[in-house]
Design a protein around this ligand. Structure first.
Ligand code: AMP
Ligand code: TRP
Length: 376
């Protein structure tokens, strides 16, 4: 059991119930089948991930997450979600939110998600997410949430003014995953802490209610660019919510915008080093080398073998060209999809129906375990 789960105790009555005398499965091991047999708990190869429609998807989203979601469609039952409930934890203009939600769905499809091979939908269309999140609000401890670095970053100095939704955001994220009994979650490196919390919540629920109902989640953090940094500051992650558009490459940027942003990207005055060790203490150089490596399928060392010794002027030309060639077709496909919003909406509605068929029975069962009377 994790430290945080151990620290907080559930209600005495339930706690006194023995759990077979065994600890819950260790982190990252395959989930055991639940004590109370329920058909949906048998799946242990389900993948779930989500992305917020809080702006235009960035190169960071693409390299750190979306691109890694694509191959999982062929090896797993893959469920992907545009998380609009998460987006409103910070203010979103309603018209913009609607537009960005469609745009994000189009971007995901343009990057290679195929609504016929995966389940792709909008979070608010499947009510199980919000229902299970409420239960998890009552399972997670304040002490656990207080440690979340994303909350601290996003709330900034004036924490009192942050929405309560922003604070309990990780509980909703846990519900997103666990209402599908998904066990593999491909995300960028920044989400690791939230997934650890989701495991703490799953364990505490299982413990408090004396069941092995929710499986353990394993983060899939893949790729050389699990964390793409801002083009203005190599120590900050590239983010769709950064006030400076110059800090990021958007998947909607045209070739001139990409070239200009790369040309203006912050660097240091030294030429590129010949080997990876030379990137030490040079976050901007490391970031640009990492981006080219991720785009061309090379390693940092491979990129430096080709370009070590070059000044940034010449290197940036190469990088911009590679990005334009890679992102151009994605942008074109996105624009094509956005020309037919009715078709896009229909695909998302179908996705929501498929998602609902999995999520609702699991959420119903969680409510039954908690002691809620059945609706039907
Ligand atoms: P968000 O933009 O916060 O909705 O994140 C969606 C997905 O993109 C998550 O899996 C993040 O981990 C990933 N992600 C976001 N920003 C970056 C970044 N700068 N580098 C790598 N992955 C990222
Ligand atoms: N919190 C994630 C982010 O900001 C988005 C997200 C919401 C998510 N629910 C999820 C990711 C469930 C993986 C699984 O990037």
């Amino acid at each position: 059991m994790s430290a945080s789960a151990r620290r907080s105790s559930g209600p005495g009555l339930i706690q006194s119930r023995p759990l077979d005398g065994t600890a819950l499965p260790a982190r990252h091991s395959a989930p055991r089948s639940p004590k109370r047999s329920s058909p949906m708990a048998q799946t242990n190869t389900r993948v779930f991930s989500g992305i917020q429609p809080s702006g235009v998807p960035t190169l960071g989203n693409y390299l750190g997450a979306i691109r890694n979601w694509v191959p999982l469609q062929d090896t797993h039952e893959a469920i992907y979600c545009v998380v609009d409930l998460h987006a409103i934890t910070v203010w979103q203009d309603p018209k913009e939110l609607a537009r960005q939600t469609r745009e994000m769905a189009a971007a995901l499809i343009a990057c290679g998600l195929d609504p016929a091979r995966c389940t792709l939908f909008i979070q608010s269309h499947v009510h199980a997410h919000a229902r299970l999140a409420w239960i998890f609000n009552c399972v997670a401890r304040l002490g656990w949430l207080n440690r979340m670095t994303q909350f601290k970053d996003k709330a900034g100095k004036d924490r009192e003014a942050a929405s309560s939704g922003l604070y309990v955001y990780p509980n909703l994220m846990a519900a997103d995953i666990l209402t599908y009994h998904a066990t593999k979650v491909p995300v960028g490196d920044d989400q690791k802490q939230h997934l650890e919390l989701a495991n703490d919540i799953a364990q505490k629920f299982n413990h408090d209610y004396g069941v092995t109902f929710f499986p353990l989640i394993e983060p899939l953090i893949q790729g050389i660019a699990a964390r793409v940094m801002s083009l203005r500051d190599g120590t900050k992650k590239m983010s769709k919510s950064d006030p400076s558009d110059q800090s990021r490459i958007n998947l909607t940027d045209d070739q001139d915008a990409i070239a200009l942003k790369i040309r203006r990207a912050k660097t240091d005055p030294e030429p590129l080093p010949e080997s990876e060790a030379g990137l030490e203490g040079r976050p901007e150089a490391r970031n640009l080398v990492g981006i080219l490596a991720a785009i061309t399928g090379e390693t940092h060392a491979g990129v430096l073998r080709h370009h070590g010794g070059k000044g940034f002027g010449a290197f940036k030309e190469v990088l911009a060209e590679a990005l334009v060639a890679h992102l151009g077709p994605i942008r074109a496909e996105m624009n094509r999809l956005l020309q037919d919003p009715a078709a896009l909406d229909a695909a998302l509605r179908q996705g929501a129906e498929r998602a609902d068929a999995i999520a609702t029975p699991i959420c119903d069962e969680a409510e039954r375990l908690v002691g809620f009377l059945p609706r039907k």
